[in-house]
Write a protein that binds this ligand. Structure first.
Ligand code: KG4
Ligand code: ZN
Length: 339
């Protein structure tokens, strides 16, 4: 086949991801997560993540090659997340990618983590339209991005001014004593709750607020205050209702602003990516509002929304296909790499 065969390595946070794609076809998606090692700390501990990447790297690469049924010598390139992310964690992936690229004599492609969260949708729904509008919501980011060219031109239209959406889920879960990571647990509890039970604040939705920016720290504080007041009064905390009402506030703002961005830019489709895109209410509400606005919604399956290596491979393959220049072996890991 003529489509580029690319292996991608992702180590920006706590998942060691190695994926292999041929063009827009997914061949392997191996992920080793250290999430359980961080649970008792209530958040990702960078040193633990780096060490776990180091231990998981070679076995995960081997697992991916086996899963794809290919030999490393057949690859057309090695792609790796160069940033943004945890510095030490990124460094493990970048070093490994350089070692493989050098040893195999293959070109190396450093890619942006946010752009690869968008590009992964090609593995699910085929080539992305240009420009692509993306709502990127994860533990580290909440952004609206316009991508005229996913390999080299991704423009931020708005972003969170404080906590990321996933961070808000994690913090609220902690307040409710539900453990880490909070997103999936809150999603589960919210199914049995009433989203209208408590009216939590919608950040930055006033007439004078930046229309495409987000703020979730006030919401998190409002939830914590509400729960504290209940506890002080000796009353039981209706966990499902709090979870559902909090989730409603987050997803209401995210979807409202994403649809607004599409309308402002005249884009008729929306891609949602990042760990929070796995949220069932976000998916349902986005679908509802996109339908009402005549916007086509593209959301990859949950496993492709959370951090993985396939998304890195997907963007790497796009770079090969478009003859983008390869990175040198001096490619730096950049914890604050802009899109
Ligand atoms: O993209 P990701 O795997 O890693 C980062 O780059 O941050 O996103 C992880 C975040 C966590 O904050 C987690 O709580 C959140 O995604 N998350 C969810 C759900 N699944 C994961 N948030 C809401 N609902 C979910 N179902
Ligand atoms: Zn991510």
């Amino acid at each position: 086949a003529d489509e580029p065969l690319v292996l991608g390595i992702e180590t920006s946070c706590d998942e060691t991801g190695v994926g292999i794609v041929r063009g827009t076809t997914l061949l392997a998606d191996a992920v080793a997560s250290s999430v359980d090692d961080h649970a008792r700390f209530g958040g990702v501990v960078p040193e633990i993540a780096s060490r776990a990447h180091l231990e998981a790297m070679v076995p995960t690469v081997e697992r991916a090659l086996k899963e794809a049924g290919i030999a490393a010598s057949d690859l057309d390139g090695i792609a790796v997340t160069a940033g943004p992310g945890l510095a030490g964690a990124l460094l493990v992936g970048v070093s490994a990618a350089k070692a493989y690229a050098y040893a195999l004599g293959k070109p190396l492609y450093g890619v942006n983590h946010l752009a690869s969260h968008i590009c992964v949708d090609q593995l699910e729904h085929g080539p992305l339209p240009e420009p692509t509008m993306a709502l990127l919501v994860s533990g580290g980011h909440s952004s609206l991005l316009l991508a005229p060219d996913i390999t080299c031109d991704v423009r931020p239209l708005g972003a969170t001014i404080d906590d990321a959406a996933g961070e808000a889920f994690d913090k609220v879960a902690r307040v409710l004593g539900l453990g880490f990571p909070g997103g999936p647990v809150i999603d589960r509890y919210a199914r049995d709750g009433d989203p209208e039970a408590i009216r939590f604040p919608r950040g930055l939705t006033g007439p004078r607020d930046a229309p495409l920016d987000f703020s979730f720290s006030g919401l998190k504080t409002a939830v914590a205050r509400w729960v504290e007041a209940r506890r002080r009064a000796g009353e039981p905390v209706p966990v499902a209702d709090v979870a559902a009402s909090f989730q409603e506030a987050v997803t209401d703002v995210l979807t409202r602003k994403a649809v607004r961005a599409c309308k402002e830019q005249g884009v008729d489709h929306l891609m949602i990516g990042g760990g929070v895109a796995a949220n069932s209410r976000l998916r349902a509400l986005a679908q509802e509002r996109c339908d009402a606005a005549g916007i086509t919604l593209r959301v990859p399956r949950p496993k492709l929304c959370t951090d993985n290596g396939a998304m890195v491979a997907a963007l790497g393959a796009e770079m090969v296909a478009r003859n983008r220049p390869a990175s040198g072996l001096d490619l730096p890991a950049d914890s604050s790499l802009p899109v």
